[in-house]
Write a protein that binds this ligand. Structure first.
Ligand code: PMP
Length: 447
């Protein structure tokens, strides 16, 4: 299998030379919150795949929903005056679930496609409203919005921009609200306000008449589970309202219960004009994304009385929509979102906070069912390791050896587990993480 990978496959986000030397891990099956490799090792999946398997693995109901739909209508599209029942049922359900007046869905196949859609839709919206100069989308350094040309441009990862001549024109970045990494010495409240104020400065610098939208993940995921200070989001909302800039919440990770509410926009009291959904919408069982659109934005698109020339072959794929509907039905009927909010997240937060006592950990933070640990070389000064990613990669590999999947973002270790964990599984996860931190500390000579 490793040879086949080397000979025939170029996997995403990989250094091919290095990967071909070690060979990828071979994951063969999964059940509940565990995945199993070809050697029979059981790994607790602290990342729910790629932040998506919210209902956990092995849910036959989702498999059956896909199979039944594929027997009935395996494929049809929403182009050229056609529609089909699963896409319409899901649109209606999403309108009911999503906050505010986000009542219409533009379906895509992924989070990246959602963000490409946002760029085109926001610009088309302002042009249709008679403001063709409002083209600039403001995003943030160290954001992640996907890998397509627009998604990677909106993202604020320099190493991604370096490949492919990005960002695209008319995309600007401001600093992120990353208190541990960039705000120490300042109180978090004023740091949050300061980082939000950069949005206002950027709008004034560019001119209000040039700015179409501000896009952000309510909690930055791939950037390292960056949970903004409480002061941040209210100020961002105020600025977007004041200057009439569309607010786009990229809830690709945060949606579908991750923060203990259906959407993080509810957790942070944000009122977005556009909201991007993917991943947890089907618990990752099939690829699907949706841009949720406010009534006001939708009305302008309707009144434009011209074709919105955008869409994907798999926009609203029937089997994916059927799985999403079943996934939402199970999240609702089994009460997972409320359970995370009321029981699991408070328990995880309490246990997670204790990891801050570890000599290697500078900060332990969590919100709902995402959490991060900042690894530091010197706990007194909060000094980082000399080489970036030095500790993260060591810790990640030790975690795997101990049967727990954590992800390393630089020297920030993160988790985003399935929402269906039991308290016993949370305890097991914490035990394995603690053990891995001890072993990482000895490997790195931290006492
Ligand atoms: N937005 C966010 C916030 C994400 O975390 C991701 C993927 N991790 C994406 C967009 C891109 O989604 P996809 O990989 O489905 O294109």
């Amino acid at each position: 299998m490793q040879q086949l990978s080397a000979d025939y496959c170029l996997p995403p986000f990989s250094n091919y030379k290095q990967l071909n030397q070690t060979g990828p891990r071979i994951i063969e099956r999964a059940e509940g919150v565990f995945v199993f490799d070809n050697k029979g090792n059981r790994l607790l999946d602290g990342m729910a795949g790629l932040w998506c398997v919210n209902l956990g693995y092995g849910r036959d109901e989702l498999v059956e929903a896909a199979a039944a739909q594929m027997r009935q209508l395996p494929y049809y599209n929403l182009f050229f005056q056609s529609t089909h029942p699963p896409a319409m049922a899901l649109s209606q359900k999403l309108a009911e679930l999503c906050p505010g007046d986000l009542n219409r869905a533009f379906f895509t196949g992924s989070g990246s496609e959602c963000n490409d859609t946002v760029v085109r839709m926001a610009r088309h919206y302002w042009t249709s409203k008679g403001h063709p100069d409002k083209q600039v989308i403001i995003s943030r350094h160290n954001a992640y919005h996907g890998s397509t040309m627009a998604g990677a441009s909106l993202g604020g990862m320099d190493f991604m921009h370096a490949q492919g001549g990005l960002p695209l024109p008319n995309i600007e970045h401001i600093d992120q609200p990353y208190w541990f990494g960039e705000g120490q010495g300042q109180d978090p409240h004023s740091f949050g306000l300061e980082r939000a104020a950069q949005l206002e400065q950027k709008i004034l610098e560019l001119g209000e008449d040039k700015v179409a939208a501000f896009i952000a993940e309510p909690i930055q995921g791939a950037g390292g589970v960056i949970i903004p200070p409480d002061s941040y989001w209210p100020e961002i909302q105020r600025i977007c309202d004041k200057y009439q800039i569309l607010l786009v919440a990229d809830e690709v990770i945060c949606g579908f219960g991750r923060t203990g509410n259906w959407f993080a926009s509810q957790t942070f009291n944000i009122n977005p004009d556009l909201m991007c959904l993917a991943k947890g919408i089907t618990s990752g069982y099939l690829p699907l994304g949706a841009v949720m659109v406010s009534d006001e934005v939708a009305q302008v698109l309707i009144d434009a009385d011209t074709e919105f020339a955008h869409g994907f072959t798999y926009s609203g794929h029937p089997a994916a929509c059927a799985v999403a509907l079943k996934n939402i039905e199970l999240l609702e009927s089994e009460g997972h979102v409320a359970r995370v909010g009321e029981q699991l997240a408070p328990y995880l937060a309490e246990q997670w906070a204790k990891l801050a006592e570890h000599p290697l950990v500078g900060e332990a933070r969590s919100c709902g069912f995402v959490a991060a640990l900042e690894l530091v070389a010197n706990k007194q000064t909060m000094g980082r390791f000399a080489k970036s990613r030095q500790a993260g990669v060591v810790c990640r590999d030790i975690c795997i050896g101990n049967g727990i999947i954590m992800r390393a973002c630089g020297d920030t270790m993160i988790i985003s587990p399935p929402l269906v964990m039991t308290i016993e599984e949370i305890d097991l996860m914490l035990t394995l993480i603690h053990r891995s931190l001890d072993q990482t500390a000895s490997a790195l000579g931290v006492k």
